[in-house]
Design a protein around this ligand. Structure first.
Ligand SMILES: Nc1ncnc2c1ncn2[C@@H]1O[C@H](COP(=O)(O)OP(=O)(O)O)[C@@H](O)[C@H]1O
Ligand SMILES: [Mg+2]
Length: 276
């Protein structure tokens, strides 16, 4: 008979299942109006731990508005967003105080901007950009901060000898990789990305996509990735939401939506962007 010491801990297993059983992020009937203009309307979905959702749609369809609502940077006109905090309690983002919201942003969340200058401090060194996030969560030991920064330079494939250079001296692809390192160093569970590969050369994009895909899998990150590029959605996401005029007109598993789109608009989007 098998000794009990070889039996995997049921408690551990069931705890993991329990945690994964609850949505990490939940949008309920989210609507944002800018005066008479609708940013997005009546969007509902659940995102589970480790799940990657792509938000696709043409320019002006409401992708950035949705991302900013989900990350508590905009206040919804109607509806709500809830987030399951690290302590297992699910909170309505609107009920969080400013300090709690900022703490989430420093620890459990990442936000990767299309424009690296919005997510980096361009005047300080690359290493300081990564170290700063750790200091914000209480790290004080210089050697350890430096060690963690070095480790992350390695993970995002920036040569270690660039650690003291300012990001102004980095290429576009390096800046974006640095932004990713800065975001991931605090071990977030959820990362928001707004067109993370937009504006980069095709070969640079491919390398960045590959890196994002690898890190997301290795770290079991949940992510909401906004992109107008269906190839990016195909490569990175488990699920897709298609937006048009502020509404989610179609959603489903990525392969289903891209290979067998149901809505005429999605069919158009797929046929006009992806080669047949
Ligand atoms: N600050 C704002 N004030 C007024 N209208 C806005 C503002 N931000 C976005 N919009 C409008 O909301 C709609 C959705 O915009 P946005 O979320 O930026 O779309 P996307 O990211 O898909 O390009 C557009 O019609 C846009 O003009
Ligand atoms: Mg946008």
């Amino acid at each position: 008979m098998m000794s009990t010491s070889y039996v995997p801990s049921r408690r551990c297993t069931s705890t993991m299942i329990d945690a994964d059983d609850h949505p990490l992020l939940q949008a309920e009937a989210l609507t944002k109006r800018y005066g008479a203009q609708v940013g997005c309307r009546d969007i509902s979905f659940e995102l589970y731990p480790g799940e990657v959702m792509a938000v696709v749609g043409e320019s002006g369809s409401g992708k950035t508005t949705l991302l900013q609502l989900l990350s508590a940077q905009l206040v919804p006109s109607a509806g709500q967003v809830s987030y399951r905090m690290r302590d297992g309690v699910t909170r309505d983002l609107a009920s969080l105080g400013e300090a709690e919201r900022r703490f989430l942003f420093r620890t459990d969340w990442g936000y990767v901007h299309q424009e690296p200058a919005l997510g980096l401090r361009m005047a300080v060194s690359g290493g300081a950009n990564v170290g700063e996030r750790l200091m914000a969560v209480g790290w004080r030991h210089y050697g350890r901060i430096r060690g963690a920064a070095k480790h992350w330079f390695d993970r995002v494939e920036i040569a270690g000898d660039r650690i003291d250079d300012a990001p102004t001296t980095y290429s576009g692809g390096m800046r974006q990789r640095l932004q990713i390192a800065r975001n991931l160093v605090t071990n977030p569970r959820l990362v928001f990305m707004d067109e993370p590969t937009g504006g980069l050369d095709v070969s640079v994009q491919a390398r960045l996509l590959d890196l994002i895909r690898r890190l997301v899998a290795e770290l079991r990150l949940a992510a909401v990735i906004v992109t107008h590029d269906l190839a990016v959605a195909r490569m990175l996401s488990d699920r897709i939401i298609v937006m048009k005029d502020g509404a989610a007109i179609e959603s489903g598993l990525t392969d289903r939506v891209l290979d067998d789109p149901r809505e005429p608009y999605t069919q158009l989007l797929v046929s006009s962007i992806l080669p047949a």
